[in-house]
Design a protein around this ligand. Structure first.
Ligand code: G6P
Length: 614
């Protein structure tokens, strides 16, 4: 959602903070700020706008060895200079940056105002700076960690919090409840961030904080402790660092103009990683070591339910189609946000699958917690190792897509689908799926990365089609059965990055309402696999054409000439796996529409990469 970065060590802190913020900008980008200690004062610089605007605003003469920074996606208070983080107390002693939402902010702000404190911003975060300062007013000798710990006792809500104190000029204190915080352990220097993206160019040794943990960080040492501990721990309670897999290059554009196109092109390789070691030729099944269920337990599953948000929900819908087709187990998908609020009936024989690229989406995390409270069996399919959803689920399957930076999910989504295909194969093979069918699916999955390469090689043709229709204000995306979630995800991609209004419909539902909207200025993108529903889809195209609607067919069938106004060709693989392939040209279609319209593709307006708030 927002990005946090902190540094203490011998380097010039400001360039480290700015560089860290730049690599976190994909998480929030409406305002940015930093605070350092310089000549015994807190120097705070902040601005509405991007990190480059902050860079232009900082005074080059300031040299500091400790500091904190933030890039924001506004929740409380509009994005302007004053609401940007860091926030300070009245005496400008304490500076804080914060991700998450303080739920009792209004109450805390009112309490502070009553005590004569003037709040200058509209944010929930500012109250934290004043609360911490107030702890020192009660106990001058308190450690910064204890002051933070005590202040947080008054706070309800979620936070990843980083605090700098003028009176403790060599240390940073962090606390976590619901929003990620990771420490980067260097040689006589330490880093703090909300995401390893900001650290990997400096160190691969990291410590992930858990919820309800706090840490104090100096240049040469750190320690972690529980937030509820009555006194601060020293020595033995610290967590050991782990090594991150990511490389600094994963977070750089290289030869690409934006991350979305880079990540679209990384898909063949990312998919190879997801499949590696997981396909079992001998028994024609999948090996998913992270799922802790034996054959008997797998057979006991009577229903599979996928839960996710946004694209992860649509991927789950594709997963449900795969599970029903391949394993013949009833399956569906639901937005995690709906699930958690509707007091769901949790069935002990249902396998719940939490789907999330980031592993941080609050609605999905809450759905998992609700399930666990009610005794549901839940596995996670997440991309970010060490993330909250992965840890909360306890077991599951990692997606291995590598870091995904663009807001619009591409390679993670493809790997979600491949993972669900493997899950469906595994569930099918402990039931009635024959060895021959299992072998066919294994071979079909193995062929997928090459098919993706073929699609990417045809990018320019897809781009031409996208540019041709980029003037439309509205578009339909139409599919049926396997093509239906593909159409939904295609519409989602188009609207989120190009701002063209796109609506998905089941082909069969067209005649029950939406046909009324078809005319020359309403193009329809139609998913037409060469499967048993081909003739049905051809008649859908004819219905649209008869009403003057332009048609873009995405197909691996040999369609009659001139049936569609434009054709996007997809390679032919195993029919059950078609959604994996059909989704990729739609990513390119959305991308090139947005490019033609001059959109900021990696940072679409009003959206964030992971939504860690309600
Ligand atoms: C946000 C993003 C979407 C993403 C969704 C779920 O809404 O804008 O692109 O699909 O979150 O994210 P997750 O990290 O849980 O997959």
């Amino acid at each position: 959602m927002c990005g946090i970065v902190g540094y203490v060590g011998r380097r010039d802190a400001i360039p480290v903070l700015l560089e860290g913020l730049r690599s976190l900008e994909y998480r929030g980008y409406d305002s940015a700020g930093l605070a350092v200690i310089y000549r015994n004062r807190l120097q705070v610089t902040k601005t509405a706008g991007r990190v480059q605007d902050l860079r232009a605003k900082v005074n080059d003469r300031i040299k500091a060895n400790i500091g904190i920074g933030h890039t924001r996606w506004a929740t409380h208070g509009e994005p302007n200079d004053i609401n940007a983080h860091p926030h300070t107390d009245t005496a400008a002693r304490i500076a804080v940056v914060h991700n998450g939402i303080i739920e009792n902010a209004e109450q805390l702000r009112a309490g502070l105002a009553k005590r004569g404190v003037t709040l200058v911003s509209d944010t929930d975060t500012e109250a934290l700076a004043h609360l911490i300062a107030a702890e020192f007013a009660h106990d001058e000798q308190a450690s910064l960690e204890d002051a933070v710990r005590r202040a947080l006792r008054h706070v309800e809500g979620t936070y990843g919090l980083l605090v700098l104190d003028l009176q403790h000029p060599g240390e940073l204190v962090v606390a976590r409840n619901g929003s990620p915080i990771v420490l980067g352990i260097g040689q006589s220097e330490m880093f703090v961030a909300s995401d390893v993206a900001a650290l990997v160019r400096y160190t691969k040794q990291v410590v992930y904080l858990d919820d309800a943990e706090v840490a104090t960080v100096h240049a040469t040492d750190y320690h972690t402790a529980g937030l509820d501990d009555s006194v601060r721990h020293t020595g033995g309670s610290s967590k050991e660092p782990t090594t991150v897999e990511a490389e600094a290059g994963d977070y750089e554009l290289g030869a690409y103009e934006d991350f979305m196109r880079k990540e679209i092109h990384e898909q063949p390789e990312a998919l190879r990683r997801a499949l590696r070691g997981r396909l079992d030729d001998r028994f024609a099944t999948a090996k998913l070591g992270g799922i802790d269920l034996d054959a008997r337990q797998l057979r006991g599953i009577r229903q599979v339910k996928f839960l996710g948000c946004g694209s992860a929900y649509y991927a789950g819908q594709m997963g449900a189609v795969l599970v029903e087709e391949l394993a013949r187990i009833p399956s569906d998908a639901e937005p995690a946000s709906e699930f958690r609020y509707r007091n769901p009936v949790v069935d002990p024989d249902t396998l719940y699958v939490a789907v999330s690229q980031s592993g941080e989406t609050l609605d999905t995390l809450m759905a998992v917690q609700e399930l666990r409270r009610k005794g549901g069996q839940v596995i996670g399919t997440v991309n970010v190792v060490g993330s909250a959803i992965g840890r909360e689920c306890g077991h599951g399957v990692f997606l291995h897509a590598g870091p995904e930076i663009a807001v619009a999910s591409t390679k993670a989504l493809t790997n979600m689908e491949a993972t669900f295909a493997m899950l469906a194969l595994l569930l099918g093979r402990v039931r009635d799926m024959s060895t021959a069918t299992g072998q066919r699916i294994v071979a079909g999955l193995r062929a997928m990365p090459d098919h993706l390469e073929a699609i990417l090689a045809a990018e320019e043709q897809i781009a031409e089609t996208a540019r041709r229709f980029a003037g439309a204000d509205h578009m339909f995306f139409i599919g049926r059965v396997r093509g239906w979630p593909v159409a939904r995800e295609g519409a989602q991609k188009l609207k989120e990055i190009s701002y063209v209004h796109a609506e998905a419909y089941q082909a069969s539902e067209l005649k029950h309402g939406p046909l009324a909207l078809i005319n020359q200025s309403m193009p329809s993108v139609i998913i037409v696999p060469a499967d048993e529903l081909l003739t049905k889809n051809i008649s859908t195209i004819e219905q649209i054409k008869a009403r003057g609607g332009p048609v873009i067919a995405v197909t691996n069938a040999d369609l009659p000439a001139d049936l569609a106004d434009a054709v996007i060709t997809v390679p032919r693989g195993e029919p059950e796996l078609d959604p994996l392939l059909f989704n990729v040209p739609l990513q390119l279609f959305a991308y090139h529409t947005a490019a033609k319209l001059g959109r900021d593709i990696d940072k679409p307006r009003n959206l964030a990469k992971s939504v860690t708030v309600e």
